[in-house]
Write a protein that binds this ligand. Structure first.
Ligand code: ADP
Ligand code: ADP
Length: 230
């Protein structure tokens, strides 16, 4: 079953005098349960592509279909709702809510989704434990290191059991142990819940775990290969 279908996707930024073609005519087709790394030099368009696939950024042209819904045609309120129920984001700017504790940040989305309190507590504690933050449950983002905030953001993205997880350099601020832990969590969810993962990365250890590697260069897909994960 196709879960991500990006068709003729392009994005041109007109911020400066010279337009920047960040993404050019990209076609990507991802089946449910794939575990895909997006690689390429800095500035090759990885973040822009992830933002468009996640409906956070509007393409200049082309379409994005997620789980048979053409999100590029959805009005804003429907799009927000679709994202809430289907996509988990792990982005570099953690977007954690400063006044909420780690526990509350992770539980927040589940509250929006009206998941009952008991189930919510269970999932939140379980995930924060898995990312190694069981002793930081009541800390606010300002009291956590960069790496720790990143791990709260990961727990939050996975808490709602989204069909699709989009991650932009999810291990960029993590030490080796946290990186290995995160990869384990991702692999487990991928296997047990059939969660589809698409993540940009520069980390060779993360790339090796992918079953498919898409390389972007100058906003275009340069290669798209299957591999046996290590
Ligand atoms: P990557 O994630 O691979 O580093 P990006 O998607 O961030 O690549 O950037 C692709 C290109 O688009 C770069 O040339 C970058 O400078 C440009 N770009 C990204 N975001 C913006 C923006 N908001 N306004 C103008 N140019 C941008
Ligand atoms: P991680 O714990 O994920 O390796 P970092 O590599 O970002 O996190 O930070 C290394 C260590 O420095 C952390 O274990 C943390 O205890 C400490 N640290 C860094 N920044 C902060 C901060 N703003 N507040 C509290 N501790 C911090």
């Amino acid at each position: 079953k196709t879960i991500i279908d990006a068709h003729n996707l392009s994005k041109t930024y007109n911020a400066d005098t010279v337009p920047v073609k960040a993404v050019q005519d990209v076609h990507i087709h991802i089946e449910e349960g794939e575990f895909v790394a997006l690689v390429g030099p800095s500035g090759s368009g990885k973040s822009t592509l992830l933002n468009m696939i996640g409906g956070l950024d509007e393409p200049t042209s082309g379409s994005v279909v997620l789980d048979q819904v053409e999100i590029t045609k959805l009005p804003e309120n429907k799009l927000i709702d679709f994202r809430l129920h289907n996509i988990g984001f792990v982005f570099q700017s953690y977007n954690l809510i400063p006044v909420l504790t780690a526990k509350e940040n992770v539980g927040f989305v589940l509250q929006l989704q009206k998941i009952p309190k008991e189930e919510r507590e269970k999932r939140v504690l379980n995930l924060l434990h898995q990312v190694g933050l069981e002793d930081k449950l009541n800390s606010r983002p300002g009291e956590l290191s960069g790496g720790q905030q990143q791990r709260v953001a990961v727990a939050r993205a996975l808490a709602s059991k989204p069909k699709i997880v989009l991650a932009d350099e999810p291990t960029a601020n993590l030490d080796s142990k946290s990186t290995a832990n995160l990869l384990d969590i991702m692999a487990k969810l991928n296997k047990e819940e059939k969660t589809t993962f698409l993540f940009s990365t520069h980390d060779i250890r993360v790339i090796q775990k992918a079953r498919r590697v898409i390389t972007l260069v100058d906003g275009k897909v340069e290669s798209d290969v299957q591999q046996t994960p290590k």
